[in-house]
Design a protein around this ligand. Structure first.
Ligand SMILES: [Zn+2]
Length: 322
């Protein structure tokens, strides 16, 4: 198993831990020493070893070409322990609703000019709704939430509401388990089951299928193949806010740190960042290691939006809608 794709991958950023979502590839450098330069244009190098799809996928429009791939093939194989969705299985997104899966991991926001994709991982919560409301209040019409099935099962109405507000729901597995916590690791059957169960639930809750998958922790084992088999592209990020390091309370200094990280762009792909934030905590570390408090993320958001807007960026979701 474990065909660890392309790059450095399994990396944990900031020494801290088996963190929530460490940056892809060599991009951990990017979060190492963030400082916004005058223009905010650049600072660190995100060696995007896994490179985009960017322009390739960038230009794909959802619904446009849809020749690729399987329809309801994702048969949940090997039952996994843990939460089992109760209702009848529904096939994942019809392939015709998705662009052809990108052959490489996507690390840049799609679209012409300057575009930024704000992304929020881990699933439904009261904070997910709060984030969506801030986005709407700031007239940001496009953003992406990569949800876990387990979180969404706990707060299904939030998913329905956020989707109805026009935001895109992507797939982030059901359980958010890293390979080392899974017997046999992330085998294709395991991932297939995780992805398809989550996609089926999202379809029930929102009426829309899922076309984009983000692996927990940015781990790459088998993910391109597993996602493509269900007609999905794999999306990572190029800017990591590490908002999961939050203290368990509102903290202006930490909010500023989120803002600084969110607006410190990698040299490569500075015109098309994908920014990683969190709407919940679905990973399994102790609270002192990975915080579930998202108040600082919510509070930082208006400044992040203002910065990108003032620098000429258009807000897009990972499907390229704006
Ligand atoms: Zn995650």
């Amino acid at each position: 198993m474990a065909l660890v794709a392309a790059a450095g991958v399994l990396v944990m950023t900031v020494g801290a831990c088996t963190s929530v979502d460490p940056p892809p590839t060599g991009a951990q450098a990017a979060s190492a020493a963030p400082t916004v330069s005058a223009t905010g244009e650049r600072t660190t190098t995100a060696t995007g070893t896994t490179t985009p799809g960017a322009t390739a996928t960038g230009t794909t429009t959802p619904g446009a070409t849809a020749t690729a791939s399987p329809t309801g093939t994702a048969s949940p194989s090997s039952p996994t322990p843990g939460t089992a969705p109760s209702t009848t299985p529904v096939p994942p997104a019809p392939a015709s609703a998705c662009p052809a899966p990108s052959p490489t991991v996507i690390t840049q926001a799609p679209g012409p000019g300057r575009t930024v994709a704000l992304t929020f991982d881990d699933g439904a919560s009261a904070d997910m709704l709060a984030i969506a409301q801030v986005l709407r209040a700031q007239s940001v019409r496009a953003a992406t939430f990569f949800d876990t099935g387990a979180k969404d099962a706990q707060s299904p109405q939030a998913v329905t509401d956020v989707s109805a507000m026009g935001f895109l729901i992507g797939n982030h597995t059901w359980d958010h388990q890293y390979p080392k916590a899974v017997r046999g690791g992330w085998s294709l059957p395991y991932l297939s089951d995780q992805i398809s169960r989550t996609a089926a639930q999202t379809l029930r809750l929102t009426g829309a299928g899922e076309c984009f998958f983000r692996p927990p922790g940015g781990v790459q084992d088998n993910v391109l193949a597993a996602a493509a088999a269900q007609g999905m592209s794999v999306v990572m990020w190029s800017v990591d806010t590490s908002d999961w390091q939050s203290p368990p309370r509102l903290d202006p200094a930490f909010q500023q740190r989120i803002i600084t990280r969110a607006t410190t762009l990698p040299a490569a792909g500075a015109d098309h960042p994908i920014v990683l934030m969190h709407s919940a905590k679905a990973s399994h570390e102790p609270e002192q290691q990975v915080s579930s408090f998202r108040g600082n993320t919510v509070a930082a958001l208006p400044s992040i939006i203002a910065w990108y807007r003032s620098h000429g960026y258009q807000f897009v979701d990972v499907a390229g809608r704006s």
